[in-house]
Design a protein around this ligand. Structure first.
Ligand code: ZN
Ligand code: ZN
Length: 339
């Protein structure tokens, strides 16, 4: 079978390797599609490092081919699945308190990490969420990023009828938009790229805002909220101005989630007295728990969220370099690999 190895930053090889043998407690999945997420892009550029060589890929869908003899679960060979490719030990304090996205053992050495840029891979039963056979497999691999949006919107306790501003109309901004709409919010999206704003409008945003003039943008949000500001805000852009805008447009008792990661380590653009007086809550979110993943799988399976318009291009596994360069170019939403 073929697999993509990242040998070092900016150096992939597509190698022919032996198909894995299913262990007693594993399942063998034939991978169908895998998204090239920010993590894979950062691994490629060298901004993030796990180990070398590594088979990247964590936004994957596929079909179960074989099930180990000691697996106790509802899975059957032939089931279509969305894969939750993170390690959760189920016994650390984070796992036991419902926050398995923060599992203390998720990056322990010797475990399988990522691995879906490959024609086949072994998974544990708790990593494979069954989806309907009618759901196109290229859509099923979005269960992971949608799950991260669910986590993010749960962190700010998004309520029915709340106004949420999503700053940044990249792929994760768009997936936040779709998720927040399903959760019953009025959703505003801002960006400095007019073409992306037009796309956000097509994807259902109640209104879109050009944030290149920050003072005007904040004024526009206040004008639509009786001068209060937005109740919820999600920052999906690592630009410093994005967080500054969030601090300016948030209502009293509002909640801001820092969804993006940063290469530098900027500080909060809000003084402590304002934080105290406004009762603003600023939080972050990282990944998703298994509950978030389960709910994302259902939203996509029930067609409550359609991700079709976020798929910019699909490449074959041999075109991994070209695919990654497009993902990195900023000219695409999600680029997928077809195995
Ligand atoms: Zn991802
Ligand atoms: Zn754990």
């Amino acid at each position: 079978m073929k697999a993509v190895f990242l040998q070092e930053p900016k150096k992939y090889s597509v190698d022919e390797i032996e198909k894995p043998h299913v262990g007693e407690n594993d399942m063998l999945v034939k991978i169908a599609y895998c998204g090239i997420c920010t993590l894979e892009q950062r691994l490629y550029t060298g901004d993030r490092k796990i180990y070398y060589p590594i088979i990247p890929g964590h936004e994957a869908s596929g079909i179960i081919e074989e099930i180990g003899a000691k697996v106790i679960s509802h899975h059957k060979a032939g089931d279509h699945v969305a894969l939750d490719l993170v390690n959760r030990c189920h016994i650390c304090p984070a796992c036991l308190s419902g926050n398995s996205n923060m599992c203390e053992n998720r990056f322990k050495k010797g475990q399988r990490v990522l691995g879906a840029f490959s024609e086949y891979m072994l998974v544990r039963p708790d990593q494979a969420h069954v989806i309907p056979a009618e759901l196109p497999l290229e859509k099923a691999c979005f269960a992971e990023p949608v799950a991260c949006c669910i986590r993010s919107l749960k962190k700010v306790e998004l309520g029915l009828g709340d106004t949420v501003v999503i700053i940044g109309a990249g792929p994760m901004g768009m997936m936040h938009l779709k998720t927040a709409l399903v959760m019953g919010a009025r959703v505003y999206v801002s960006d400095i790229d007019k073409a992306r704003l037009a796309d956000a409008k097509k994807m259902g945003a109640d209104e879109v805002f050009d944030s290149s003039d920050m003072a005007k943008f904040i004024e526009e949000i206040k004008a639509r909220t009786n001068g209060r500001g937005a109740e919820r805000c999600i920052v999906t852009s690592p630009a410093k101005a994005a967080m500054e805008a969030a601090a300016g447009l948030i209502a009293d008792e509002g909640r801001i989630n820092v969804y993006t990661s940063y290469d530098d380590k900027p500080s909060l653009p809000m003084d402590l007295n304002t934080l105290h007086r406004k009762e603003v809550l600023i939080t972050g979110s990282e990944g998703r728990s298994e509950e978030d993943f389960y709910r994302a799988t259902k939203l996509i399976s029930f067609n409550k969220i359609d991700v079709g318009d976020i798929i910019s291009k699909i490449y074959s596994i041999d075109k991994i370099e070209e695919a990654t360069e497009l993902a990195l170019s900023g000219k695409a939403y999600r680029v997928l690999l077809k195995m």
